[in-house]
Design a binder for this molecule. Structure first.
Ligand code: GRF
Length: 192
């Protein structure tokens, strides 16, 4: 943490429910947390997760993405103004463009509901069940321009039981997500 004086200004990107956002907000309020959430970006004006930003008085921005380059530029401007030094993707359904990643030029973390490199992309729980996997889990990784492919920071397994459905497995994995996202952030900054 020596490189950072004070808390790291962080933006969380969401598209929907926002339960990881809620979890990260709670984490950020702890004294021991290295981050302060200064902004939320949503790709969806109807995202339920926006309520967590409102409730906690965190400024948010809803991007329309009618024009991807224009939206990217708009978001970069906002993050620059707020001196954001970390982005945490949390259920963000848009792919960040190489332009965006290059311009932001700071770490971007993502949480993914599988044991990467297994099951990049969508429907991870269904794919794990269909393949009769014994384990699933969640992964926090750095974001690069390839989908779900950056360096893995932290990963945790859950056992899949015979009676698991997509819903019960999602619940199990989400509980793991809530544990490892804060841990991964702390680990990432203590390794710098
Ligand atoms: C989580 O399972 C996360 O791993 C994935 O999308 C889901 C988002 O859930 N990327 P929420 O919006 O944080 O509740």
């Amino acid at each position: 943490m020596a490189k950072y004086l004070g808390k790291i200004k962080t933006s969380v990107f969401i598209s929907g429910r926002g339960s990881n956002l809620n979890n990260l907000i709670k984490f950020s309020k702890k004294k021991s947390s290295p981050i302060k959430i200064v902004n939320v970006i949503s790709s969806n004006k109807k995202a339920k997760g926006l309520n967590y930003a409102k409730k906690n008085k965190i400024p948010f921005f809803i991007s329309s993405f009618d024009n991807k380059l224009k939206s990217d530029k708009e978001i970069i401007q906002i993050l620059k103004k707020l001196k954001v030094k970390l982005i945490c993707l949390a259920g963000y359904m848009k792919i960040l463009s190489p332009y965006f990643i290059k311009k932001f030029n700071n770490p971007i973390l993502n949480i993914h509901p599988s044991l990467l490199p297994k099951y990049k992309g969508l429907n991870t729980h269904l794919r794990a069940l269909n393949n009769k996997d014994k384990f699933s889990g969640a992964t926090v990784h750095l974001v690069n321009s390839k989908i779900d492919s950056g360096k893995i920071i932290l990963q945790k397994k859950v056992r899949i039981s015979k009676n698991d459905s997509e819903e019960t497995l999602e619940k199990k994995v989400l509980n793991v997500e809530y544990k490892i996202y804060p841990k991964a952030i702390t680990k990432f900054y203590s390794s710098l």
